[in-house]
Design a protein around this ligand. Structure first.
Ligand code: NAD
Length: 295
């Protein structure tokens, strides 16, 4: 029989990912803060739980897909003395955090889990909401190889590119690099679109030809419609990408590496939030370019 999965965090990414596991035959118990997301899970064949404790107590595998470091730490350790995953999971449980958090948070979690006999993997993903829905995510994992191999069938139900990157934290380090690259592509596309529009060329024709040359990117393909329509529903929120650029700039500082673009992109993301765009999709970097340009 397939392992029983407790899934915590049923947001933009977590909901479709948990549903892909259900479709693949996994028994899934879910917990998240919004009641309508639990109703949706139940309608798709999952079992809603009323707490972290209820979700994890019979699970073989616990997956978290939460916004940021603070929520992952709170769910792992519990808040207000309620106990978290580490306290309530059975020994030998495999705890897979698929959220994007700092590499240091991943290594601290693995260390805290060891005395409980809980095994931990960091396994953040790339591919966005579409990748989560289609089951075509890239999964970048850190932790013991044997644990990774045990989780491989589950990862294959969620993604098409699944790679063990190294020890605890390595998955998050690779994801930090991913977020730097994605932000750079987004900003480049946003600047090109504002420039092309102001120059009065046919934007669709321009993007067709750009998408066939060296300027082509997954970011352009996936976000083209958002840029052209100036429409930015989340998606991947600016707030979350801002968090990720904080992670990559802090991690780079620890290794002594200088990231000129990383610093600039973090500033542009911070400006987007300050202008009230934090809840929009990260393609809303376009609006920042427009504001700087007065168009
Ligand atoms: P989201 O805000 O849509 O979903 C987060 C979910 O966590 C919500 O359903 C919320 O109820 C739940 N949650 C928060 N605190 C909780 C708690 N204490 N207990 C239980 N549930 C709690 O976020 P998302 O877009 O799904 O992103 C999740 C993670 O995946 C983030 O780390 C993000 O950086 C990363 N990520 C997002 C995308 C994307 O395109 N959206 C792509 C790749 C990676």
């Amino acid at each position: 029989a397939l392992p029983h999965v407790a899934w915590i965090g049923l947001g933009v990414m977590g909901s479709p990912m948990a549903e892909n596991l259900i479709r693949a035959g996994y028994p899934v118990t879910g917990y998240t803060l919004e009641a309508h997301k639990l109703d949706r899970l139940a309608a798709r064949g999952g079992t809603p739980a009323a707490s972290v404790r209820e979700a994890v107590q019979r699970a073989d595998v616990v997956v978290t897909m939460l916004p940021a470091d603070a929520q992952v730490t709170a769910v792992a350790h519990g808040t207000d003395g309620t106990g978290g995953v580490l306290e309530h999971a059975r020994p030998r449980t495999l705890f897979i955090d698929m959220s994007t958090v700092a590499p240091a948070t991943a290594t601290a979690l693995a260390k805290a889990a060891a005395p409980h006999g809980v095994r931990v993997l960091d396994a953040p993903v790339s591919g966005g909401e579409a990748g989560a829905v289609e089951g075509t995510l890239s999964v970048m994992a850190g932790g013991d190889r044997a644990d990774f191999e045990e989780a491989l069938p589950l990862f294959r139900a969620l993604g098409t590119t699944v790679v063990h990157c190294g020890p605890h934290g390595a998955g998050q380090t690779v994801k930090a690099a991913n977020q730097l690259m994605v932000a750079a592509h987004l900003q480049a596309c946003a600047e090109a679109v504002v420039f092309l529009r102001a120059a009065g060329v046919d934007l669709d024709a321009a993007l067709d030809v750009l998408g066939g040359g060296l300027a082509a990117s997954a970011v352009l393909a996936r976000k083209r419609d958002n840029f052209v329509r100036r429409h930015h529903p989340p998606g991947f929120r600016v707030d979350l990408h801002h968090k990720d650029l904080g992670i990559v700039t802090a991690a780079a500082r620890e290794t002594g590496v200088v990231l000129p673009l990383g610093g600039l992109l973090a500033t542009l993301m911070a400006a987007a939030r300050a202008q009230g765009d934090g809840g929009l999709d990260h393609s809303a970097l376009l609006r920042g370019v427009e504001r700087l340009s007065g168009v």
